[in-house]
Every structure is written in C-alpha cells, then in structure tokens.
Design a protein around this ligand. Sequence first.
Ligand SMILES: Nc1ncnc2c1ncn2[C@@H]1O[C@H](COP(=O)(O)OP(=O)(O)OP(=O)(O)O)[C@@H](O)[C@H]1O
Ligand SMILES: [Mg+2]
Length: 315
Amino acid sequence: MALLEVKDLEVYYGMIQAIKGVSFKVNEGEVVALIGANGAGKTTILHTVTRLLEAKRGSVVFDGKDITKTPAHKIVSMGMAHVPEGRRVFANLSVLQNLKMGAYTRKDKNEIEETLKNIYKRFPRLEERQNQLAGTLSGGEQQMLAMGRALMSHPRIILMDEPFGAVDPLNRANLQNEFLKIQKQLKKTVIFVTHDIDEAMKMGDKIAIMSKGILRNFASPEDTLLSDDEFVKSFLGSETYIKILSRFRVKEHMRPQNGADIPYHADCEANLRDVLAQMIEYGTDSMHVTEKGKITGTILLSDILNLFQKGRKGE
Ligand SMILES: Nc1ncnc2c1ncn2[C@@H]1O[C@H](COP(=O)(O)OP(=O)(O)OP(=O)(O)O)[C@@H](O)[C@H]1O
Ligand SMILES: [Mg+2]
C-alpha cells in the first residue's frame, strides 16, 4: 500500500486554477523529486498535502486515511514534517533549541537523544554551533537546521521545498549525500522540490515533473530518461543524458562476445550515451562491440541502465 496517495487533485487560488487534476502514489521509503518551472505548482502541491491549502476537488490519502479534510494542526502528529520554502528557523532560539522544538510531539526521551546524536553525526556543523542563535547561521546552515528539525519529529514522510536551494555547490553535494544516508538509515519517505535536474536524478527514486499545474511525468529516473514523451525529453534536455552517461566508454563496460546474432554494432570507443540512444532507436537490448571493425564483445542495455543507477547514487 502506498504511504501517500494524491488523487485527481484540483486546487484554486480564487478563480485561478493552480493544480489541474494531479494524481500520484508514494511508497514507504521512497524519495520523490518534484521539479518544474517557476509557477508550475510544486509548492501548491506540498501545501495541499500538508493541509495549508484546501483542495477544490480530489483527495489526499495518508497511510490509508483520507486526510482531505483533516485540520492542518493534526498533520504533524500524524507523522508528516514540512520544511517550507525559504528555511524557517526560530531565529532567536539556539540551534539546539530549534532541534528540540522539532521533537515536541515525542515523549520517548532516549530515542530523541538518539535522533539528535544521529543528526549531529551527519551534520557536524550543527553540533559545533549548537549554542549559536539560529538567526545568525549562514543560509546553508539554516537549511541544514530546518532539515534536522524536521527529522527530530520522527516523521513518516518529509516534504521539503527547495531544501538545497541556498547551499553552495560543494556543501550542496555534501548535504545531499548526508541526507540520502539518513534517509536510507531511517527509511524515511521524502518528497522534495528542486530546480536542479541533476539533483533530482541523483536523489530521487521517482522524478515528478510539473508544468502549469499538470503532472507530466512520474517515473523512476531510468524510465524518465527513456521516456518517449516530447515534453519530458525537452524538459530534461540533452545535457542531462550527456552528463551522466557520456563519461563512460563502451569498452569499459562490455561483456565477452555472446555469439548472439545481433545486426547492430557499436565502436568500443563510443560513449554510453550515444550507444543508449542507438539502442533506443533500434529497439534492441544488446549490440556487438567492435574494435577496428572486428567484433570484440557485447554491450547490454541492462548494464547501461544499471550503471546509470549507480552513477546517480554517487557510488
Ligand atoms: N497565494 C496565491 N495567490 C494567487 N496565486 C498564487 C498564490 N500562490 C501561488 N499562486 C499561483 O499558483 C501557481 C503555482 O504556484 P506555486 O507557488 O505552487 O509554484 P512553484 O512550482 O512552487 O514555483 P517556484 O518554483 O517559483 O517556487 C503560480 O501561477 C502562482 O502564481
Ligand atoms: Mg515554490
């Protein structure tokens, strides 16, 4: 059973329809990357799920319960944590006090300590600065704190609006990796908004692409990359494919020749992105590999897709 199910959602601001019939399901432990242009409706989706906004039509089901009419104040104790856009921390409280605020719905003292230790281990910067006022932290540190505070409530699902937005590229990669580790360890279900397709591909088990209030894609990164949909293809842009797969050469990933009668050939020096495009075009799941015109091995579609999967997890 899905942990969260959104069905035929329609949301209006006055007369203006911001969400036009969106449906998707999120399974327990999954990370969904929600991406789309400014004004596409990403924040509106998060706000409707967390009940800050009222849906005109459709429903939101969380853990088997219809929460379409549940008051917003009940949402946190039901196990949903929301990290809003623009990192809201309590500026006049210390880092530690902010984190403890996150756990206010919990009574299990020892487990709260455990969670806190875990967060400090992943984000040592927060421990170093635990007595500093949150308002004096840098933008990226505040982002880290907002994320840590959300984890302190021991949520079943975390919804984060552009959590890595204010973070510089080096710390961003670090924060992404640490967050993924925590997510795996605690098996959290996560929906996060991003404007960065590389980030979506790296972090997401599912890529949700919104455009003008419509969900245009909700699929694994692999299926998203292989989508036939013209909108999805143009949204990803050739850059995305190139960055991920053009780093690898066929000769590094081929298998011994399997003797199969395949009519297609790829040069051993070709990169995997080009070969993947050829395979999709030909509709084949394997090709002979040639070196100076001689067949030296076989390249499999499944190996290219596995490699892509590993690449995005940063292995
Ligand atoms: N309070 C509001 N009143 C009226 N219209 C609104 C309001 N909030 C959002 N909208 C409109 O709803 C649409 C979706 O907005 P939303 O904030 O969900 O987009 P978004 O995908 O989060 O964009 P961004 O990437 O810029 O954060 C936009 O056209 C926006 O102008
Ligand atoms: Mg937004």
